[in-house]
Design a protein around this ligand. Structure first.
Ligand code: C2O
Ligand code: CU
Length: 461
């Protein structure tokens, strides 16, 4: 039988990163109410290329790089952001349905936190699953330099796996000398975004993880890049999607070129090959050059598990939209072309290239526009979202979950999510219950789009 201990041994084997930081850092993150552990935001050097350390990277915490916070569903969690950067920052808890005051959006839900200052975050995660956290101030620069971590919310009834591997998938904009180059080019920001030059999983190029032969691995991955959209497949091992954007899928399905955009997460069950030494590979097959993001090597005698024996994940307590009494709201994406002041305290990029309902939101001023919609708490709404632009946009809504339905472009599997990847010329409906009061940002998670106008917010009262 699998016990908690064998699971943790598996996680140790699978998570033994270069530098030897594994289990301690991972499980050091479980905090309880009242004990606000400090979480520093700081500069660091990153070992990404063979050109020596990359200077000026940014991370959270003192231990594991990149960091993973562990929480428990229904258990109060608290930490104190200790900003040791020389610029303002905040933390947004992406996908966690928590109090608006904890949402981390400067000017809208909290003041930005200057270097040397702190902010107390405290909340109780209502859902189990894979989430992440990142700044919402000077976001392109800070996430671009590495500032982001995954959040694993555990549920005591989670099925046991033989190993768990957490992957933070992202690119870096580095020059030939391994040092940072400009985070963006304006002409690319007005198109698909500016791509990184070095691709990594957990800040390493194509790392290899060991896991028990014939075992079931829970692979939790997050697309934390500021720009790149992925089309994921695993070669060499049967792999099924068990949860998307934190929430269990209604029916598991094979991972086969599944597209995910910045901000999105997947939980996969990967059945390791039976032969010791056999290797499976996670690949991004989008674009012209397929990339191997990480590999998994079978160790020991086969455990001979069967994917079909894996119990279902427990459902999260999500509000089911009442479609018979829904109010429809239009959200139309568009391009725009305006200069704007570059001196925003949270890092204005100096342009408005994008808009929602023709309004480009300057997300770093103290004077945001009015909300695009006002919703009544407890009522069902349908966002009618249209994307007449030539780009794909991962649209993220804070604080609420929606059910995507009725796309004119893609078949939608029933699921709840916080981020929807809308295709060019797509029209889709996102149905939701406005069950969490507050001002909630709705924006594209290609950060250059977010920062050049494709941001807005809705109000729930
Ligand atoms: Cu993951 Cu408003 O962001
Ligand atoms: Cu976009």
């Amino acid at each position: 039988m699998l016990t908690r201990r064998t699971l943790m041994k598996g996680a140790l084997a699978a998570g033994a990163y270069a530098g030897g930081l594994g289990l301690a850092g991972r499980f050091g993150g479980v905090a309880s109410a009242g004990a606000a552990m400090p979480l520093v935001a700081r500069r660091t050097e990153a070992l990404i290329t063979d050109k020596g350390p990359t200077k000026g990277a940014m991370t959270y915490g003192e231990a594991e790089i990149p960091p993973v916070l562990r929480m428990r569903r229904g258990t109060p969690f608290a930490l104190r952001l200790d900003n040791r950067l020389d610029e303002p920052t905040t933390i947004h808890w992406h996908g966690l349905r928590i109090d608006n005051r904890m949402d981390g959006v400067p000017f809208l839900t909290q003041p930005y936190v200057y270097g040397g200052d702190g902010f107390d975050y405290a909340f109780t995660p209502p859902d189990a699953g894979t989430f992440w956290y990142h700044p919402h101030c000077n976001t392109l620069e800070q996430i671009g330099r590495g500032l982001a971590g995954l959040v694993v919310v555990e549920d005591p009834t989670d099925p046991a796996f033989d190993a768990e591997i957490v992957l933070n998938l992202r690119d870096w904009r580095l020059g030939g000398d391994g040092q940072f180059i400009a985070q963006f080019k304006p002409r690319d920001a007005a198109r698909a975004g500016t791509f990184g030059t070095v691709r990594t999983a957990n800040w390493r190029q194509s790392p290899q993880y060991d896991a028990p032969a014939g075992g079931l691995v829970r692979l939790r991955l997050a697309a934390t890049d500021v720009t790149r959209i992925l089309a994921l497949s695993v070669e060499g091992a049967e792999t099924l999607v068990i949860a998307a954007d934190g929430n269990p899928v209604a029916e598991r399905f094979a991972l086969d070129h599944l597209m995910i955009g910045p901000g999105q997460r997947l939980d996969l069950v990967l059945r390791m090959p039976d032969t010791e030494g056999a290797v499976a590979a996670l690949k991004d097959l989008r674009g012209t050059k397929p990339a191997t993001l990480a590999t998994f090597r079978a160790t020991g005698a086969s455990l001979k598990r069967n994917v079909a024996d894996l119990p279902a994940l427990a459902a999260n307590p999500l509000p089911e939209p009442d479609l018979s009494a829904a109010t429809e709201l239009p959200f139309i994406l568009s391009a725009s072309a305006e200069e704007r002041p570059k001196d925003g305290i949270c890092g204005s990029l100096g342009y408005n290239f994008w808009a929602i309902n023709k309004v480009p939101w300057a997300d770093d001023t103290g004077d945001p526009t009015a909300p695009l919609a006002e919703m009544k708490a407890g009522k069902t709404y349908i966002f009618n979202v249209e994307n007449p632009t030539p780009q794909v946009h991962p649209l993220h809504l804070h604080g609420l979950v929606f059910r995507p339905m009725n796309s004119n472009k893609q078949a939608i599997r029933p699921h709840f999510s916080d981020t929807y990847l809308i295709l060019p010329d797509e029209k889709v409906q996102l149905a939701l219950v406005a069950d969490n009061p507050g001002d909630w940002v709705f924006h594209c998670h290609i950060i250059e789009h977010q920062k050049t106008g494709m941001t807005s917010y809705v109000r729930v009262t």
